[in-house]
Design a protein around this ligand. Structure first.
Ligand SMILES: *[C@@H]1O[C@H](CO)[C@@H](O)[C@H](O)[C@H]1NC(C)=O
Ligand SMILES: *[C@@H]1O[C@H](CO)[C@@H](O)[C@H](O)[C@H]1NC(C)=O
Length: 302
């Protein structure tokens, strides 16, 4: 083993980032903020609790904060479905800003819908700064399919989509059902853009907000993990910012072929060219990630 290989291993193992602070070189381990997925909570020992202790084991001394939305675990779980996610994001921004251990910045990991919610935090709340964002199965272009819809069964999927569509953009539903707030109907993009209170806003489809672009581009790395055999999220390409081409719901186009990228409304094109975007894929269903895979592929971003 040559000396540089040893250094790489050391850095991976301890998650050390070197920052230049007022002329001095210091080793700094950034804290980690986690936002759980739908149906989960901050502190389940089998899910987020497990991830938290795994990170703590691999990065000695690291501070990991798994976000609780609301005031207790019951509320935290319920708020994964109910409410206006914009106010949840505002609440999270306040919690992060008020935590003295996060004041010099942090890395963030979002699970499933927590991925797009933490991206919104990066876009809306630049202080303290988010360093790297890891999105695990996040739906950055929203969804147009219900959980566990069998991917090949277009008839059933389309039927249920139609039912959901009857209500997804009604303002009462938009204000009270979290999943409706990132529902994107490719057959009716105009209504989606007009009525979506969350996704259309953070994806620059209502008005162009230069602050969103500037803030997102501050990220050092934006890591997106897609599950190749995902049966929960439709289309699964949304986990890499892909989505149905407007006007139909079968053909999916990748991020690079969307207006969002080509007009560079969020800075993703520039970040891509600078090597800041990382598209990772995993064989398996939604959030089926092994500890070994996590350590091998994601620990280096923490
Ligand atoms: C742009 O986003 C910032 C940060 O969330 C917000 O303060 C501002 O009001 C937004 N501007 C527009 C035009 O929506
Ligand atoms: C998962 O998806 C990959 C890529 O599409 C495919 O090659 C593989 O056979 C799938 N595995 C399972 C268990 O379905």
């Amino acid at each position: 083993m040559n000396p540089s290989a040893i250094i790489v291993l050391f850095c991976l193992h301890f998650g050390v980032t070197v920052q230049h602070v007022s002329g001095q070189t210091q080793s700094v381990t950034l804290p980690v903020v986690i936002w759980h997925g739908m149906g989960d909570s901050c502190c389940n020992p089998l899910s987020m609790g497990f991830i938290k202790s795994m990170i703590e084991k691999h990065i000695p001394g690291v501070y990991v904060r798994s976000l609780m939305i609301g005031n207790n675990i019951v509320e935290d779980t319920a708020k994964g479905f109910l409410g206006n996610v914009n106010s949840q994001i505002e609440d999270v921004c306040q919690k992060i800003a008020a935590d003295p251990k996060l004041k010099s910045g942090y890395n963030a990991i979002g699970f499933s819908q927590g991925g797009q919610f933490l991206r919104a935090v990066a876009q809306r709340c630049p202080y303290p700064p988010m360093n790297n964002l890891v999105s695990i199965g996040g739906q950055h272009q929203g969804v147009y399919g219900f959980p566990r819809c069998p991917g090949g069964n277009y008839k059933i999927c389309n039927y249920v989509r139609k039912l959901l569509n009857l209500g997804a953009y009604v303002s009462f539903v938009q204000d009270s059902l979290v999943q409706a707030e990132y529902w994107q109907d490719p057959l009716d993009e105009a209504t989606y853009k007009a009525k979506s209170v969350f996704l259309a806003d953070i994806n620059q489809e209502k008005v162009f907000n230069a602050t969103y672009k500037k803030n997102l581009m501050r990220l050092k790395n934006f890591v997106m993990v897609k599950f190749l055999n995902d049966t929960m999220v439709e289309p699964k390409e949304t986990e890499w910012f892909g989505f149905y081409r407007p006007g139909q719901a079968e053909k999916v186009v990748p991020l690079q072929q969307t207006a969002l990228y080509q007009k560079d409304l969020l800075g993703l094109k520039e970040m891509d060219k600078a090597g800041k975007l990382h598209f990772l894929s995993v064989i398996g269903d939604h959030l089926q990630i092994s500890t070994d895979w996590f350590i091998k592929n994601l620990m280096k971003f923490l």
